[in-house]
Design a protein around this ligand. Structure first.
Ligand SMILES: Cc1ncc(COP(=O)(O)O)c(C=O)c1O
Length: 399
Protein backbone atom coordinates (compact mmCIF):
# COMPACT_ATOMS: atom_id res chain seq x y z
CA UNK A 1 0.00 0.00 0.00
CA UNK A 2 1.19 3.52 -0.70
CA UNK A 3 2.32 5.35 2.40
CA UNK A 4 2.56 9.04 3.17
CA UNK A 5 6.31 8.99 2.62
CA UNK A 6 6.35 7.66 -0.92
CA UNK A 7 3.77 9.99 -2.38
CA UNK A 8 5.07 13.03 -4.17
CA UNK A 9 2.47 15.21 -5.75
CA UNK A 10 4.58 16.91 -8.35
CA UNK A 11 5.75 16.72 -11.92
CA UNK A 12 6.75 13.07 -11.70
CA UNK A 13 3.26 11.83 -10.96
CA UNK A 14 1.91 9.67 -8.21
CA UNK A 15 2.26 5.90 -8.48
CA UNK A 16 -1.12 4.23 -8.65
CA UNK A 17 -2.92 7.49 -9.39
CA UNK A 18 -1.10 9.00 -12.35
CA UNK A 19 -0.11 5.92 -14.31
CA UNK A 20 -3.49 5.37 -15.92
CA UNK A 21 -3.75 4.01 -19.44
CA UNK A 22 -6.61 5.28 -21.60
CA UNK A 23 -6.80 1.94 -23.49
CA UNK A 24 -7.20 0.03 -20.23
CA UNK A 25 -9.78 2.49 -18.92
CA UNK A 26 -11.66 2.30 -22.21
CA UNK A 27 -12.21 -1.44 -21.70
CA UNK A 28 -14.10 -0.86 -18.44
CA UNK A 29 -17.79 -1.73 -18.53
CA UNK A 30 -18.75 0.98 -16.04
CA UNK A 31 -20.90 3.81 -17.37
CA UNK A 32 -18.26 6.52 -17.10
CA UNK A 33 -15.91 5.13 -19.73
CA UNK A 34 -18.34 2.91 -21.66
CA UNK A 35 -20.60 5.80 -22.63
CA UNK A 36 -17.70 8.12 -23.43
CA UNK A 37 -15.96 5.51 -25.57
CA UNK A 38 -19.19 4.78 -27.44
CA UNK A 39 -19.33 8.48 -28.32
CA UNK A 40 -15.61 8.78 -29.10
CA UNK A 41 -14.99 11.06 -26.10
CA UNK A 42 -12.86 11.23 -22.94
CA UNK A 43 -15.09 11.19 -19.85
CA UNK A 44 -15.24 13.91 -17.23
CA UNK A 45 -18.89 13.26 -16.37
CA UNK A 46 -20.58 11.11 -13.69
CA UNK A 47 -19.08 10.93 -10.17
CA UNK A 48 -16.77 7.93 -10.52
CA UNK A 49 -12.99 8.10 -10.21
CA UNK A 50 -10.51 6.62 -12.68
CA UNK A 51 -7.99 5.40 -10.07
CA UNK A 52 -7.30 1.72 -9.39
CA UNK A 53 -9.13 0.29 -6.41
CA UNK A 54 -7.38 0.72 -3.03
CA UNK A 55 -5.11 -2.30 -2.38
CA UNK A 56 -6.79 -3.40 0.90
CA UNK A 57 -10.16 -3.46 -0.85
CA UNK A 58 -8.79 -5.40 -3.80
CA UNK A 59 -7.18 -7.91 -1.42
CA UNK A 60 -10.40 -8.39 0.55
CA UNK A 61 -12.36 -9.00 -2.65
CA UNK A 62 -9.69 -11.39 -3.96
CA UNK A 63 -9.89 -13.37 -0.71
CA UNK A 64 -13.67 -13.64 -1.14
CA UNK A 65 -13.26 -14.97 -4.68
CA UNK A 66 -10.43 -17.32 -3.66
CA UNK A 67 -12.83 -18.90 -1.15
CA UNK A 68 -15.59 -18.95 -3.81
CA UNK A 69 -17.61 -17.32 -1.08
CA UNK A 70 -20.44 -16.06 -3.26
CA UNK A 71 -23.36 -17.91 -1.73
CA UNK A 72 -26.23 -16.26 0.15
CA UNK A 73 -24.92 -13.79 2.70
CA UNK A 74 -26.25 -14.13 6.24
CA UNK A 75 -27.43 -10.69 7.24
CA UNK A 76 -30.25 -11.95 9.45
CA UNK A 77 -28.86 -9.86 12.31
CA UNK A 78 -27.75 -6.99 10.09
CA UNK A 79 -24.33 -6.56 8.53
CA UNK A 80 -21.10 -5.67 10.36
CA UNK A 81 -21.42 -2.27 8.67
CA UNK A 82 -23.73 -1.08 11.43
CA UNK A 83 -21.01 -1.20 14.09
CA UNK A 84 -18.32 -0.10 11.66
CA UNK A 85 -20.28 2.97 10.56
CA UNK A 86 -20.86 3.97 14.21
CA UNK A 87 -17.17 3.44 14.95
CA UNK A 88 -16.06 5.56 11.99
CA UNK A 89 -18.40 8.41 12.89
CA UNK A 90 -17.10 8.36 16.48
CA UNK A 91 -13.43 8.27 15.42
CA UNK A 92 -13.67 10.87 12.69
CA UNK A 93 -16.26 13.32 13.95
CA UNK A 94 -16.97 12.56 17.59
CA UNK A 95 -20.57 11.68 16.68
CA UNK A 96 -21.92 8.57 18.40
CA UNK A 97 -24.74 7.14 16.32
CA UNK A 98 -26.60 4.07 17.55
CA UNK A 99 -25.48 1.09 15.44
CA UNK A 100 -28.92 -0.42 16.08
CA UNK A 101 -30.45 2.42 14.05
CA UNK A 102 -28.36 1.69 10.94
CA UNK A 103 -29.85 -0.13 7.96
CA UNK A 104 -28.25 -1.14 4.67
CA UNK A 105 -29.51 -0.28 1.18
CA UNK A 106 -28.01 -0.81 -2.23
CA UNK A 107 -27.48 2.88 -2.90
CA UNK A 108 -28.36 6.35 -1.73
CA UNK A 109 -31.07 6.92 -4.27
CA UNK A 110 -32.90 3.82 -3.11
CA UNK A 111 -32.41 4.91 0.51
CA UNK A 112 -33.62 8.42 -0.32
CA UNK A 113 -36.79 7.17 -1.98
CA UNK A 114 -37.53 4.76 0.86
CA UNK A 115 -37.21 7.54 3.42
CA UNK A 116 -39.52 9.76 1.38
CA UNK A 117 -42.08 6.96 0.98
CA UNK A 118 -42.08 6.45 4.73
CA UNK A 119 -42.36 10.12 5.61
CA UNK A 120 -44.47 11.99 3.03
CA UNK A 121 -47.39 11.44 0.70
CA UNK A 122 -48.01 12.55 -2.87
CA UNK A 123 -48.51 16.28 -3.10
CA UNK A 124 -46.45 17.09 0.03
CA UNK A 125 -43.71 19.67 -0.28
CA UNK A 126 -40.03 18.75 0.01
CA UNK A 127 -37.28 21.36 0.33
CA UNK A 128 -34.09 20.60 -1.52
CA UNK A 129 -30.92 22.54 -2.21
CA UNK A 130 -30.51 23.70 -5.78
CA UNK A 131 -28.59 23.03 -7.88
CA UNK A 132 -28.55 19.36 -6.87
CA UNK A 133 -27.59 15.82 -7.80
CA UNK A 134 -30.12 15.11 -10.62
CA UNK A 135 -31.51 11.76 -9.35
CA UNK A 136 -32.64 13.46 -6.13
CA UNK A 137 -34.56 16.09 -8.10
CA UNK A 138 -35.96 13.38 -10.39
CA UNK A 139 -37.04 11.32 -7.36
CA UNK A 140 -38.97 14.26 -5.90
CA UNK A 141 -40.66 14.87 -9.26
CA UNK A 142 -41.46 11.23 -9.98
CA UNK A 143 -42.90 10.69 -6.52
CA UNK A 144 -45.40 13.49 -7.17
CA UNK A 145 -43.94 15.78 -4.50
CA UNK A 146 -43.70 19.54 -4.72
CA UNK A 147 -40.14 20.76 -4.93
CA UNK A 148 -39.19 23.78 -2.85
CA UNK A 149 -35.81 25.17 -3.78
CA UNK A 150 -33.21 26.00 -1.17
CA UNK A 151 -30.91 27.86 -3.55
CA UNK A 152 -27.20 28.47 -3.42
CA UNK A 153 -26.08 31.93 -4.45
CA UNK A 154 -22.72 32.96 -5.78
CA UNK A 155 -21.47 35.71 -3.48
CA UNK A 156 -18.43 36.25 -5.68
CA UNK A 157 -16.03 34.40 -3.41
CA UNK A 158 -18.03 31.19 -3.14
CA UNK A 159 -21.38 29.45 -3.07
CA UNK A 160 -23.53 30.09 -0.02
CA UNK A 161 -27.03 28.97 0.96
CA UNK A 162 -29.57 31.71 0.33
CA UNK A 163 -31.35 31.72 3.68
CA UNK A 164 -33.08 35.02 2.91
CA UNK A 165 -34.81 33.52 -0.13
CA UNK A 166 -35.53 30.19 1.55
CA UNK A 167 -37.02 31.00 4.94
CA UNK A 168 -40.10 32.93 3.78
CA UNK A 169 -40.94 30.15 1.31
CA UNK A 170 -40.65 27.53 4.05
CA UNK A 171 -42.93 29.58 6.28
CA UNK A 172 -45.50 29.80 3.49
CA UNK A 173 -45.38 26.32 1.98
CA UNK A 174 -44.38 24.26 5.02
CA UNK A 175 -42.31 21.44 3.47
CA UNK A 176 -42.32 18.24 5.53
CA UNK A 177 -38.77 17.26 4.59
CA UNK A 178 -35.53 19.12 3.94
CA UNK A 179 -32.89 17.42 1.81
CA UNK A 180 -29.36 18.46 2.69
CA UNK A 181 -26.37 17.42 0.59
CA UNK A 182 -23.17 18.18 2.49
CA UNK A 183 -20.51 18.27 1.09
CA UNK A 184 -22.53 19.54 -1.78
CA UNK A 185 -22.68 18.17 -5.30
CA UNK A 186 -22.27 19.97 -7.70
CA UNK A 187 -20.84 23.13 -6.07
CA UNK A 188 -18.22 21.34 -3.94
CA UNK A 189 -19.31 23.47 -0.99
CA UNK A 190 -18.68 22.19 2.56
CA UNK A 191 -21.08 23.74 5.03
CA UNK A 192 -19.76 25.55 8.07
CA UNK A 193 -21.05 24.82 11.57
CA UNK A 194 -22.79 28.18 11.55
CA UNK A 195 -24.68 27.35 8.36
CA UNK A 196 -25.62 23.90 9.61
CA UNK A 197 -26.90 25.36 12.87
CA UNK A 198 -29.02 27.83 10.95
CA UNK A 199 -30.44 25.00 8.84
CA UNK A 200 -31.09 23.01 12.03
CA UNK A 201 -32.90 25.96 13.54
CA UNK A 202 -35.19 26.20 10.48
CA UNK A 203 -35.83 22.44 10.57
CA UNK A 204 -36.82 22.64 14.22
CA UNK A 205 -38.99 25.73 13.92
CA UNK A 206 -40.91 24.29 10.97
CA UNK A 207 -40.83 20.70 12.21
CA UNK A 208 -39.08 19.16 9.20
CA UNK A 209 -37.43 15.80 8.82
CA UNK A 210 -33.89 16.31 7.50
CA UNK A 211 -32.47 13.80 5.04
CA UNK A 212 -28.75 14.44 5.15
CA UNK A 213 -26.69 13.02 2.29
CA UNK A 214 -23.07 12.88 3.48
CA UNK A 215 -21.69 10.63 0.77
CA UNK A 216 -18.84 13.06 -0.07
CA UNK A 217 -17.88 13.61 3.60
CA UNK A 218 -14.46 12.01 3.30
CA UNK A 219 -13.55 13.96 0.17
CA UNK A 220 -12.83 17.28 1.82
CA UNK A 221 -9.88 19.56 1.22
CA UNK A 222 -7.99 21.41 3.96
CA UNK A 223 -8.85 23.49 5.93
CA UNK A 224 -12.51 22.52 5.57
CA UNK A 225 -14.06 20.01 7.94
CA UNK A 226 -17.08 17.76 7.73
CA UNK A 227 -19.67 18.04 10.47
CA UNK A 228 -22.36 15.32 10.43
CA UNK A 229 -25.70 17.09 10.62
CA UNK A 230 -27.00 14.67 13.25
CA UNK A 231 -24.02 15.51 15.49
CA UNK A 232 -25.37 19.01 16.15
CA UNK A 233 -27.40 17.85 19.13
CA UNK A 234 -29.98 15.32 20.32
CA UNK A 235 -33.04 17.24 19.10
CA UNK A 236 -31.66 17.58 15.61
CA UNK A 237 -30.36 13.99 15.61
CA UNK A 238 -33.90 12.76 16.32
CA UNK A 239 -35.21 14.43 13.15
CA UNK A 240 -32.31 13.44 10.87
CA UNK A 241 -31.80 10.50 8.59
CA UNK A 242 -28.16 10.27 7.48
CA UNK A 243 -27.31 8.62 4.17
CA UNK A 244 -23.80 7.58 3.27
CA UNK A 245 -21.65 4.99 1.58
CA UNK A 246 -17.99 4.22 0.86
CA UNK A 247 -18.85 4.44 -2.82
CA UNK A 248 -17.62 8.01 -3.45
CA UNK A 249 -14.52 8.20 -1.24
CA UNK A 250 -13.35 4.72 -2.31
CA UNK A 251 -14.94 4.51 -5.74
CA UNK A 252 -17.13 1.48 -5.16
CA UNK A 253 -20.44 2.55 -6.71
CA UNK A 254 -20.70 -0.63 -8.77
CA UNK A 255 -20.81 -2.74 -5.61
CA UNK A 256 -24.20 -1.27 -4.60
CA UNK A 257 -23.81 -0.83 -0.85
CA UNK A 258 -24.90 2.09 1.30
CA UNK A 259 -25.90 2.74 4.90
CA UNK A 260 -28.74 4.73 6.41
CA UNK A 261 -28.86 5.96 10.00
CA UNK A 262 -32.35 6.63 11.31
CA UNK A 263 -32.24 9.25 14.05
CA UNK A 264 -36.03 9.13 14.11
CA UNK A 265 -37.19 6.01 15.95
CA UNK A 266 -40.70 6.43 14.50
CA UNK A 267 -39.34 6.26 10.97
CA UNK A 268 -37.09 3.35 11.82
CA UNK A 269 -40.08 1.39 13.16
CA UNK A 270 -42.00 2.15 9.96
CA UNK A 271 -39.06 0.98 7.91
CA UNK A 272 -38.74 -2.23 9.91
CA UNK A 273 -42.47 -2.91 9.60
CA UNK A 274 -42.09 -3.20 5.83
CA UNK A 275 -42.05 -6.70 4.29
CA UNK A 276 -38.61 -8.14 4.98
CA UNK A 277 -37.45 -8.54 1.38
CA UNK A 278 -39.16 -5.53 -0.14
CA UNK A 279 -36.03 -3.44 -0.44
CA UNK A 280 -33.61 -6.26 -1.24
CA UNK A 281 -30.33 -6.85 0.52
CA UNK A 282 -26.77 -5.72 0.03
CA UNK A 283 -24.26 -8.11 -1.50
CA UNK A 284 -21.37 -9.79 0.29
CA UNK A 285 -18.78 -8.13 -2.01
CA UNK A 286 -20.36 -4.75 -1.25
CA UNK A 287 -20.15 -5.28 2.49
CA UNK A 288 -16.65 -6.83 2.42
CA UNK A 289 -15.32 -3.98 0.28
CA UNK A 290 -16.91 -1.31 2.47
CA UNK A 291 -15.48 -2.91 5.61
CA UNK A 292 -12.01 -3.06 4.06
CA UNK A 293 -12.32 0.58 2.98
CA UNK A 294 -13.36 1.78 6.43
CA UNK A 295 -10.96 -0.45 8.39
CA UNK A 296 -7.85 -0.39 6.21
CA UNK A 297 -8.30 2.28 3.54
CA UNK A 298 -7.19 5.45 5.33
CA UNK A 299 -3.58 5.51 4.03
CA UNK A 300 -4.79 5.11 0.44
CA UNK A 301 -7.38 7.78 1.01
CA UNK A 302 -4.78 10.24 2.31
CA UNK A 303 -2.85 9.77 -0.94
CA UNK A 304 -6.06 10.16 -2.93
CA UNK A 305 -6.83 13.46 -1.21
CA UNK A 306 -3.43 14.85 -2.11
CA UNK A 307 -3.97 13.96 -5.76
CA UNK A 308 -7.45 15.47 -5.74
CA UNK A 309 -6.15 18.61 -4.07
CA UNK A 310 -3.48 18.96 -6.74
CA UNK A 311 -6.08 18.37 -9.47
CA UNK A 312 -8.63 20.86 -8.15
CA UNK A 313 -5.92 23.53 -8.01
CA UNK A 314 -4.85 22.71 -11.55
CA UNK A 315 -8.45 22.96 -12.80
CA UNK A 316 -8.85 26.28 -11.03
CA UNK A 317 -5.60 27.63 -12.46
CA UNK A 318 -6.37 26.57 -16.03
CA UNK A 319 -9.94 27.83 -16.04
CA UNK A 320 -8.86 31.20 -14.63
CA UNK A 321 -6.07 31.52 -17.20
CA UNK A 322 -7.82 30.31 -20.33
CA UNK A 323 -11.47 31.19 -19.81
CA UNK A 324 -11.39 34.02 -17.27
CA UNK A 325 -14.96 35.03 -18.12
CA UNK A 326 -16.36 31.67 -16.96
CA UNK A 327 -17.32 31.70 -13.28
CA UNK A 328 -16.28 29.01 -10.84
CA UNK A 329 -14.85 28.50 -7.35
CA UNK A 330 -12.21 26.17 -6.01
CA UNK A 331 -14.28 23.27 -4.63
CA UNK A 332 -13.92 22.73 -0.88
CA UNK A 333 -14.90 19.08 -1.17
CA UNK A 334 -15.66 16.41 -3.81
CA UNK A 335 -13.79 15.88 -7.09
CA UNK A 336 -16.24 17.96 -9.10
CA UNK A 337 -15.99 21.51 -10.38
CA UNK A 338 -19.08 23.57 -11.20
CA UNK A 339 -18.41 26.09 -13.95
CA UNK A 340 -20.76 28.74 -15.26
CA UNK A 341 -20.14 29.30 -18.97
CA UNK A 342 -22.98 31.86 -19.09
CA UNK A 343 -20.73 34.89 -19.69
CA UNK A 344 -19.29 33.11 -22.76
CA UNK A 345 -22.71 33.20 -24.44
CA UNK A 346 -22.69 29.60 -25.66
CA UNK A 347 -26.09 27.98 -26.25
CA UNK A 348 -25.34 24.37 -25.48
CA UNK A 349 -21.93 24.12 -23.76
CA UNK A 350 -22.12 20.33 -23.27
CA UNK A 351 -22.50 19.71 -27.01
CA UNK A 352 -19.80 22.25 -27.82
CA UNK A 353 -17.37 20.57 -25.41
CA UNK A 354 -18.30 17.14 -26.81
CA UNK A 355 -18.18 18.04 -30.48
CA UNK A 356 -15.22 20.40 -30.51
CA UNK A 357 -13.27 19.28 -27.45
CA UNK A 358 -14.10 15.53 -27.50
CA UNK A 359 -14.79 15.58 -23.76
CA UNK A 360 -17.96 14.27 -22.12
CA UNK A 361 -19.08 16.50 -19.25
CA UNK A 362 -22.32 16.83 -17.31
CA UNK A 363 -24.50 19.81 -18.18
CA UNK A 364 -26.26 21.91 -15.58
CA UNK A 365 -29.76 21.49 -17.08
CA UNK A 366 -30.55 18.38 -15.03
CA UNK A 367 -29.22 19.97 -11.80
CA UNK A 368 -32.09 22.39 -11.41
CA UNK A 369 -33.72 25.37 -13.06
CA UNK A 370 -31.46 28.19 -14.13
CA UNK A 371 -28.36 25.99 -14.35
CA UNK A 372 -28.37 25.44 -18.12
CA UNK A 373 -25.15 27.36 -18.71
CA UNK A 374 -23.20 25.32 -16.15
CA UNK A 375 -20.85 22.40 -16.69
CA UNK A 376 -19.82 19.91 -14.04
CA UNK A 377 -16.30 18.63 -14.58
CA UNK A 378 -15.01 15.51 -12.83
CA UNK A 379 -11.28 15.81 -12.09
CA UNK A 380 -10.68 12.43 -10.40
CA UNK A 381 -8.20 11.18 -12.93
CA UNK A 382 -4.47 11.16 -13.68
CA UNK A 383 -2.47 14.33 -14.29
CA UNK A 384 -2.14 13.58 -17.99
CA UNK A 385 -5.79 12.69 -18.62
CA UNK A 386 -6.76 15.80 -16.69
CA UNK A 387 -4.63 17.90 -19.07
CA UNK A 388 -6.49 16.34 -22.02
CA UNK A 389 -9.79 17.15 -20.39
CA UNK A 390 -8.79 20.73 -19.63
CA UNK A 391 -7.37 21.30 -23.11
CA UNK A 392 -10.51 19.87 -24.68
CA UNK A 393 -12.91 21.87 -22.53
CA UNK A 394 -11.11 25.20 -22.74
CA UNK A 395 -10.22 24.98 -26.46
CA UNK A 396 -13.85 24.14 -27.24
CA UNK A 397 -15.23 26.99 -25.19
CA UNK A 398 -12.88 29.68 -26.52
CA UNK A 399 -12.87 28.68 -30.20
C1 LIG B 1 -24.49 13.84 -3.52
C2 LIG B 1 -24.67 12.45 -4.04
N1 LIG B 1 -25.56 11.63 -3.47
C3 LIG B 1 -25.75 10.38 -3.91
C4 LIG B 1 -25.03 9.90 -4.98
C5 LIG B 1 -25.30 8.53 -5.50
O1 LIG B 1 -25.08 7.60 -4.57
P1 LIG B 1 -25.50 6.11 -4.93
O2 LIG B 1 -24.66 5.67 -6.08
O3 LIG B 1 -25.19 5.38 -3.67
O4 LIG B 1 -26.96 6.15 -5.26
C6 LIG B 1 -24.11 10.70 -5.61
C7 LIG B 1 -23.36 10.20 -6.76
O5 LIG B 1 -22.69 10.90 -7.43
C8 LIG B 1 -23.91 12.00 -5.13
O6 LIG B 1 -23.02 12.83 -5.68
Amino acid sequence: MASDENVSVGGTGVAGFDDLDVDVLSARCGAKWARAVAEGLIPAWVADMDFPVAPPIAEALHRLIDRSDLGYPDWSHGTPLREEFAHRMRERYGWEPDPGAVREQTDLIQAFQIVLRLSVTRGDAVAIQTPNYPPFLASVRRMGLQQIDFPFVDRGDGWVPDFEAFEPVVARRRPRVLVLVNPHNPTGRVHTREELERIADIAERFDMLVVSDEIHAELIHEPHRHIPFASLGPEIAARTVTLTSASKAFNLAGLRCAVVHYGSSVLLRRRDAEPFDLYGTVSAPGVIATLAAWREGDAWQRDLLRVLDRNRRRVDEVLRERIPAARHHLPQGTYLTWVDTGPLGIDDPVSVVGERGKILVDGGVRFGSGAGSFLRINFATSASILERILDGVTDALVS
